[in-house]
Design a protein around this ligand. Structure first.
Ligand code: NI
Length: 177
């Protein structure tokens, strides 16, 4: 039997209304879900990015892939299905965030510095983790996607509109290039 090839999926970019969808829970972690996660991981690596929610590839299901390994380090793929935050620190930190759905755009977002989460892993088994620092930032950013929220939604309207305008301008320039 041949090994099924992984596919790179198109990533939706703001202000696409489909990014505002609230994602549905996954009922069963089966081979179809695992194939989607494999494709999402491939898509994220190709972009390149460190996190991707299924809704960003137009599949509004509660699935996240992530890899926070440094450039030269071996890959450390992580998979989160139906993630829930069950505790968050009162202490917050300011993180510089970007998003594959807002290419080349970055700004500062304040979030709890540490969270505890529960989710199903690649095999569909329940798991708990405590996330701190970059991991905490990334999982909260990706979990926002499951609610249809982008990092710019945490900014003032003035800053959000400035970023969306810049994005539109970049897209126009790319189309005319
Ligand atoms: Ni994002």
């Amino acid at each position: 039997m041949s090994c099924p090839a992984m596919a790179i999926l198109p990533i939706l970019t703001a202000p696409d209304a489909r990014l505002k969808a609230v994602s549905r829970s996954v009922a069963t972690v089966d081979d179809g879900v695992r194939a989607l996660m494999d494709d999402m991981l491939e898509t994220m690596y190709a972009a390149p990015g460190v996190g991707l929610a299924a809704v960003q590839v137009n599949v509004p299901k509660r699935i996240i892939v992530m890899d926070l390994a440094r450039d030269k380090a071996p890959p450390e793929p992580r998979f989160f299905i139906n993630p829930e935050i069950i505790w968050q620190s009162e202490q917050v930190a300011v993180f510089s965030e970007g998003c594959l759905s807002l290419p080349e755009m970055f700004d500062l977002v304040e979030r709890p510095v540490s969270v505890r989460l529960r989710y199903l892993n690649y095999q569909g088994r329940p798991q708990e983790d405590t996330a701190e620092g970059l991991f905490a930032d990334c999982i909260q950013h990706e979990m926002d996607h499951l609610e249809g929220v982008l990092f710019v939604d945490h900014l003032s309207r003035l800053k959000r509109n400035a970023i969306l305008r810049k994005l539109q301008k970049a897209r126009r320039l790319a189309a005319n290039a």
